[in-house]
Design a protein around this ligand. Structure first.
Ligand SMILES: [Zn+2]
Ligand SMILES: [Zn+2]
Length: 255
């Protein structure tokens, strides 16, 4: 009897799936082209998605010729960033760029979630149960206006998948700054120098966490020049743990 009912419900759910495929035919999450099976990404988009190189300077994460990896690169020999290690998951290009822009500008998160799901083995390799993720903080006014904190969402999704902790309250943005994207490289660095600090009330929060954490990862969606992450990492050194940097995507050209 039960077997019969199970068979019936399997048949019913297959029929529902067929119906939903008819009503909502599977499409690529990136280019929205129809697809035969709903695995999220069509062959053309998949071919255009690049993961970030593993031949990198371990400190700043920039690409290096194979014999020179893992660095340190010339830049890190002269003026190393605040973080001791940097990882990026994807090259900021093509479908990855479109996915991130669609998420940030229009709130479509499915393609970004798909990219994260694909990179989960890599995230599980670099993050451990005693890693703590901190999103690059955004100004409170922008958070109120948009109602979204993208770096914090990213941390939540990464932490859920990798089994580690994350907190958005420890590191804060100080004062109001113009949008980084509107500034030149030099103005951007000047603007960022005092932009981050530990929250005034971080003491009790950190007291509970410190014993559970071996390393801190500052996370952001896009790493461009690395200035933002450097200054956010520098403000986090006060916590007394190794501070590392993680980005979903990274632009190829140094600016
Ligand atoms: Zn596609
Ligand atoms: Zn380097």
């Amino acid at each position: 009897m039960l077997d019969g009912m199970n068979a019936l419900s399997t048949k019913a759910s297959k029929a529902v799936n067929r119906l939903s495929d008819l009503l909502f035919p599977p499409v690529c999450l990136f280019c929205h082209a129809p697809m035969p099976a709903g695995n999220g990404c069509c062959a053309a988009c998949l071919a255009d998605i690049s993961i970030w190189s593993h031949r990198i300077c371990a400190r700043c994460g920039s690409e290096l010729p194979a014999p020179l990896a893992p660095g340190p690169c010339g830049h890190c020999l002269n003026s190393p960033p605040a973080q001791c290690e940097t990882h990026s998951l994807y090259r900021y290009h093509g479908p990855v760029r479109e996915a991130i822009l669609g998420w940030k500008l229009q709130g479509h998160q499915a393609a970004v979630r798909w990219l994260l799901a694909q990179s989960m083995p890599e995230l599980q390799r670099i993050l451990g149960a005693r890693s703590l993720l901190l999103p690059v903080p955004m100004p409170l006014s922008r958070m109120r206006k948009n109602g979204q904190h993208h770096a914090a969402n990213l941390c939540r999704w990464m932490a859920e998948g990798a089994g580690c902790q994350w907190r958005w309250q420890l590191l804060r943005r100080v004062g109001e700054q113009p949008r980084q994207s509107a500034l030149s490289g030099q103005a951007r660095r000047k603007n960022l120098r005092k932009a981050f600090a530990l929250a005034d009330d971080y003491g009790p929060l950190w007291q509970d966490l410190a014993g559970q954490v071996d390393e801190i990862w500052i996370a952001d969606d896009i790493l461009t020049t690395g200035s933002t992450l450097h200054y956010a990492a520098r403000a986090s050194l006060k916590l007394g743990k190794p501070v590392k940097v993680l980005s979903l995507a990274r632009t190829s050209l140094k600016q």
